[in-house]
Design a protein around this ligand. Structure first.
Ligand SMILES: Cc1cc2nc3c(=O)[nH]c(=O)nc-3n(C[C@H](O)[C@H](O)[C@H](O)COP(=O)(O)O)c2cc1C
Length: 245
């Protein structure tokens, strides 16, 4: 079984493609009604995006609760550049036999401009090639640590990640412009259920996962975060998967 969490579809695509290559099935942990029975599983995989050089909260909580068995366990994280020590931290929660990072398009639109078309396409092509070789290694149950940690990994995965989870996950800077049609796509899409409609318009409450699904997938491009996102494009992997067909 391959378990995944995905904000904007990168990790979902990685999990599904990898599962297909290793004749397995991928499950979105947000949709699971109860903890899965993995007693008879021979291989277990975890796929998730890197958030501030760390593990997204829902994946860490899921892994903490999941039973351990004798299966071969692999973890694959997706990141725009590098993962820091996230996979080593994950391994302390749920021991991994093999760990990989895959560079994917950066979806962090509230922090950076979305990459240009060619960079996105190159990343997706390279990811596909890397996943094919990862799938062969998983089939052989090869133990390995193939993770792009990047520079200053220790400090990024401790202090910076701590700050992200404490402060930067506050939703108060999200708002909608007049372009919002009140369609509820963001409300229904939010994996943390942090968005609700008030007077026909979405409002954000409390902390969220900062997964970027709402802002990237709004059909009207009406969701903004602070001032900087007004002039930025949005990222959707769906567009590139459609072109690939
Ligand atoms: C809140 C947040 C923090 C991120 N932090 C990092 C990071 O520390 N390093 C990195 O290389 N990419 C980072 N990214 C980029 C994502 O990890 C990357 O785009 C990932 O593939 C998104 O996967 P998803 O589409 O499954 O959500 C971050 C993205 C978000 C939304």
């Amino acid at each position: 079984m391959v378990f995944y969490f995905s904000g904007t579809g990168n990790s979902k695509w990685v999990a599904k493609y990898l599962a297909q290559l290793i004749n397995d099935e991928a499950f979105d942990i947000i949709d699971l009604k109860q903890l899965p029975n993995i007693y008879n599983e021979k291989q277990i995989g975890f796929v998730f995006p890197i958030y501030a050089w760390g593990i997204p909260e829902p994946m860490a909580l899921f892994a903490k609760k999941l039973m351990k068995n004798k299966a071969f366990v692999f973890g694959v994280c997706t990141c725009g550049e590098d993962a820091g020590l996230a996979m080593k931290h994950f391994s302390k929660i749920y021991p991994l036999d093999s760990s990989y990072s895959i560079v994917m398009p950066n979806n962090y639109v509230i922090g950076y401009d979305i990459e240009d078309e060619q960079t996105i396409k190159n990343k997706l092509t390279n990811a596909k090639i890397k996943l094919q070789s990862i799938s062969n290694e998983i089939k052989e149950q090869r133990k390995t640590y193939n993770v792009q940690e990047g520079s200053h990994a220790r400090i990024k995965s401790s202090l910076v990640n701590f700050g992200f989870n404490k402060v930067a996950r506050n939703t108060k800077s999200f708002y909608t412009t007049d372009a919002c049609s009140g369609c509820s796509v963001c409300v229904n899409n939010c994996p943390k259920s942090s968005i609700s409609l008030k007077n026909g318009k979405p409002v954000w409450e409390g902390q969220c996962y900062m997964c970027m699904r709402c802002i990237n997938e709004c059909p009207q491009q009406a969701i903004q975060y602070g001032k900087d996102t007004e002039n930025r494009k949005r990222y959707s992997i769906k567009k590139y998967l459609e072109e690939d067909k």
